[in-house]
Write a protein that binds this ligand. Structure first.
Ligand code: G1P
Length: 898
């Protein structure tokens, strides 16, 4: 980007003036009807519903620069000159080559972008906007051509959008043959392509999907003629950058034509008009996919005037803006706008999953298990109403052996058996559900959810992926049954205990939990036999402690002394230390447990005393903590220390100093700090070592690991990636943000801020990060932001800002205020403000620090609620019972620090 971007509105709207296209920049445009588009600055990119339904040809990041067979709009001026209004033409490329760029201004907000292009020579201005209207599975382009000369101009506009109309698989698999399936017709307002069959991984099936490109002039006038095939538009000698149809002044075909078996083209020529000096003319182009035979033509009528399209644009904008009901006023408007985008990113991930944007060309759709749970974290802050059912539905993906389904269906609670029966167990999977449930309990106070009954997932996998259930058939169904053939249901609490206790018992030879197929780091996938993850052992230890606290709270709130659990679980809970203090003993327990639940389970339940269970969980956590503190602490020759996070497939510890260089990974540090395995002195030592070995400001801060200088394929494919990329030593936002979160939780505020802020600073440094606002999945070795938009880091970032820095969070449903704001974060007048939702109410919160004191020196001296003094000096935090806050929609909170 030549010039830095400017924010122009309160909802993250930004503008880049004098923009030069960066070929890899692309922008998400989507709607709730399933449209998922990516759009470059010249309207390249693609548009799809899912892996098998692409309206526009699929693109990857590496062919975006070559992406010419995409959305284009041509304008023929005075019958002799053809210019592209989106900037995709042979002349535009040549002008760029000569350094004579067109003047372009780029504007964007949530799910829309617009370019204004000054064609100085031709004396016209072209404004092109794209968004996806609500309620229709389509994307909509609005094009405005303005005559900037002082003479009448003869203008003829021709849209040119190729319709790919099939599965992404057909890019290489039968690209030509699948075009033979196309049945194309022109209607009054556009081109419709309905292939007769679809060829994809599901086999050859009758196709019902209709792909369409429709268009109107802004006053409702229909197109005059059509070029419904690529062949008829570009001709035998042309290209998409110089199509023959324009050159030869071909007339095209009228409405009502049909063509079979060709590559389809949504090209339509509008009537030639005379545009007076200073006047403008509008066009509306609507491209989409539907199985409803009438919808394409109906939708074209719904958006055939500028007025209709403008109204749809306002509606869409309001919808997306309204989803981010959180805003920051921290005294730095640029940062506040970035935070808006970070808060919007979880919405993007809900829609796009981990696929469907050009970097994510490995994904066939859907979301992974851990992503499913983590994306809920942000929803819990934005709109917890929806989350209860999401949590309940998702627990139905847990198997009775504590593992879970990994293929997640489109509908909530839909989990699918792996047809290829690939058994891969990610050992971190059972960790995340409690992280989300814990936040849910705190933000809502709804402890009742713990008693809700949910089924378990069942498929042919058994014994945590190490055996099969030979008796299972598809007729059995996907729900665990008991010996009487009834679907077994257990409480949410039972699911949580089962998941975390099974993990506890799955020990490797050093006593740490086995790595299995991988943990959070998907690329640690080559140590399934002997690998161990100390990192996630620490994470689970944190869960065991928090589960104990939750049970205690549950006991107090419900007045119950006992809970009911499946009988089979008895051997997991009623064990004292002597039965689990070696890896062998733990494996015996686990084996006994999983052997009981290969096919049906008994269906019987037992009562368990809560306080005994609480004590039992705490004992386990403390015992494991002691083991890790003594066994896994490594140091360099200067005494700098940190935790070894892994064992490789030869059973060797991975971290420490070897052959004169340091091997350190961030993940083990994050979870030892977060899970309270590291004591305060160890946490301090970890931050020092991380600063020494992992921190590099120019690339965004804390890297995932040091350079091992080894293709360490006894641990994972990550060591095949170049150092500094993705999971091999990039600044991987998700882990860096979790590091920050862990440090804040432990009161290491300066250190937490450093991790979080360096990341944000890097994203905001657009000449280097080369990205639109937001945080990327990672920053590469050059500091460039890669895989923007779709990252679990966004949820964690938002959660850390709200619940840690602002310290605005629920505690079993009551409101806690415990700021961890550094002096440098307050604005000039000593204020730090934001607006947050909490339990269906809106809170305008301002922290005031009139004496300009640093974190650690200040305390809360006054709390003003809705203009009334609520409390005086209260130390560093205060809890306001929800009973005090109930019954009002809006609150103001002014908290004075001193
Ligand atoms: C991605 C995956 C996530 C995985 C991580 C590390 O991270 O989505 O499941 O744990 O890579 O391998 P993201 O930044 O998208 O959260």
């Amino acid at each position: 980007m030549k010039n830095d971007m400017q924010f122009t509105g309160k909802n993250g709207e930004f503008q880049i003036r004098h923009m030069v296209e960066k070929t890899q920049l692309n922008f998400p445009v989507a709607n709730e009807e399933g449209i998922k588009s990516s759009v470059t600055q010249t309207f390249g990119g693609d548009c799809k519903l899912d892996q098998n339904h692409f309206l526009l040809e699929p693109v990857s990041i590496e062919n975006l620069h070559n992406n010419r067979s995409t959305r284009n709009v041509w304008c023929t001026i005075n019958r002799k000159e053809h210019v592209s209004l989106t900037g995709v033409s042979a002349q535009a490329e040549y002008a760029h080559f000569l350094g004579k760029e067109e003047e372009v201004t780029f504007d964007a907000g949530f799910m829309w972008q617009e370019t204004k292009r000054e064609l100085k020579e031709q004396k016209i201005e072209a404004a092109v906007r794209i968004f996806a209207p609500l309620g229709v599975p389509a994307e909509l382009m609005q094009v405005r051509v303005t005559n900037k000369s002082d003479m009448d101009m003869c203008v003829r506009v021709t849209s040119a959008i190729p319709i790919y109309g099939r599965s992404a698989d057909n890019l290489r698999d039968h690209r030509h043959v699948t075009s033979l399936l196309h049945r194309i017709r022109t209607t009054g307002r556009g081109v419709i392509c309905k292939p007769v069959l679809s060829f994809d991984e599901r086999g050859h099936q009758k196709n019902h999907m209709i792909y369409f490109e429709m268009g109107s002039q802004g006053d409702g006038t229909k197109p005059e003629s059509f070029f419904p095939t690529v062949e008829s538009f570009i001709g035998e000698t042309g290209t998409f950058l110089a199509p023959d149809a324009l050159k030869n002044k071909e007339k095209g075909c009228p409405a009502g034509c049909t063509v079979d078996g060709k590559e389809a083209m949504g090209a339509m020529a509008f009537p030639e008009i005379t545009l007076a000096a200073g006047a403008h003319v509008d066009y509306i182009l609507l491209g989409g996919m539907t199985e409803d035979p009438k919808l394409a033509e109906q939708a074209a009528e719904m958006f055939c005037t500028t007025k209709q399209a403008d109204a749809a644009f306002e509606q869409a904008k309001n919808y997306w803006n309204g989803l981010v009901n959180i805003s920051f006023e921290t005294g730095n408007p640029k940062e506040d706008s970035y935070l808006k985008w970070i808060c919007f990113q979880p919405v993007l991930r809900r829609i796009y999953g981990c696929s469907f944007l050009p970097y994510h060309d490995y994904g066939r759709g859907g979301r992974g298990w851990r992503d499913l749970w983590q994306d809920c974290l942000s929803l819990l802050i934005l709109d917890p109403k929806e989350v209860r059912s999401m949590i309940l539905n998702s627990f139905a993906g847990v198997r009775f052996d504590g593992t879970n389904a990994t293929i997640i269906g489109d509908k909530p609670g839909e989990f699918v058996a792996d047809r290829n029966n690939i058994t891969r167990v990610w050992m971190d999977h059972a960790y995340w559900p409690f992280v989300t449930t814990k936040l849910y309990l705190n933000q809502t106070g709804d402890l009742d959810i713990l008693d809700q009954k949910v089924a378990y997932f069942k498929d042919p996998q058994a014994k945590r992926g190490t055996a099969g259930d030979a008796e299972w058939t598809p007729a059995y169904g996907m729900r665990q049954k008991d010996v009487n053939g009834n679907i077994y249901e257990g409480t949410v609490l039972e699911h949580l205990l089962l998941q975390n206790l099974c993990a506890f018992y799955e020990a490797g030879e050093h006593g740490m939990m086995r790595l299995r197929g991988a943990d959070w780091n998907d690329a640690l996938d080559m140590a399934a036999e002997k690998g161990e993850s100390v990192a996630f052992t620490c994470a689970y230890i944190g869960n065991l402690r928090d589960l104990a606290d939750t049970l205690e709270k549950y006991e107090a709130a419900s007045g119950k002394k006992e809970i009911t659990l499946a009988k089979e679980m008895e051997i997991l809970i009623r064990q004292d230390r002597t039965s689990y203090d070696s890896a062998e003993k733990r494996n015996v327990v686990l084996n006994n447990y999983v052997s009981q639940c290969v096919h049906n389970i008994s269906g019987e339940q037992i009562s368990v005393d809560i306080s005994t269970l609480v004590q039992n969980l705490r004992e386990r956590a403390d015992w494991y903590t002691g083991l890790i503190r003594t066994q896994e602490w490594v140091t360099d020759e200067n005494g700098n220390g940190w935790f070894n996070g892994y064992y490789d497939n030869h059973g060797r510890p991975v971290e420490g100093k070897r052959d004169n260089h340091v091997r350190m990974m961030l993940t083990g540090q994050v979870f030892s700090v977060m899970g309270n395995v590291a004591d305060d002195a160890q946490t301090a030592a970890i931050t020092k070592s991380a600063d020494l070995y992992l921190y590099k400001k120019e690339v965004g801060g804390y890297r995932l690991n040091t350079d091992f200088k080894e293709e360490k394929f006894d641990l994972g494919r990550m060591f095949g990636f170049a150092y500094g990329e993705k999971e091999n030593g990039a600044v991987f936002s998700h882990m860096t943000v979790m590091y920050a979160n862990a440090l804040y939780q432990r009161g290491f505020v300066k250190e937490g801020y450093r991790a979080l802020y360096t990341l944000l600073e890097q994203a905001m440094n657009t000449p280097v990060s080369l990205m639109y606002p937001g945080i990327p999945e990672y920053f590469d070795a050059d500091g460039k932001g890669k895989y923007p938009y779709l990252t679990g880091a966004a949820s964690w970032y938002m959660m850390t800002m709200v619940t840690q820095i602002f310290g605005f969070r629920g505690e079993w449903g009551d409101l806690v205020l415990e700021p961890k704001i550094l002096l440098r974060q307050f604005d000039e007048s000593g204020n730090y403000s934001a607006q947050f939702p909490f339990r269906g109410q809106t809170y305008a919160v301002v922290y005031q620090n009139p004496q300009k004191k640093e974190y650690g020196d200040y305390q809360i001296t006054e709390v003003w609620l809705d203009g009334q003094r609520y409390a005086g000096e209260t130390n560093t935090g205060i809890c306001i019972p929800f009973a005090v806050l109930e019954g009002k929609e809006n609150h103001t909170l002014r908290i004075v620090l001193g």
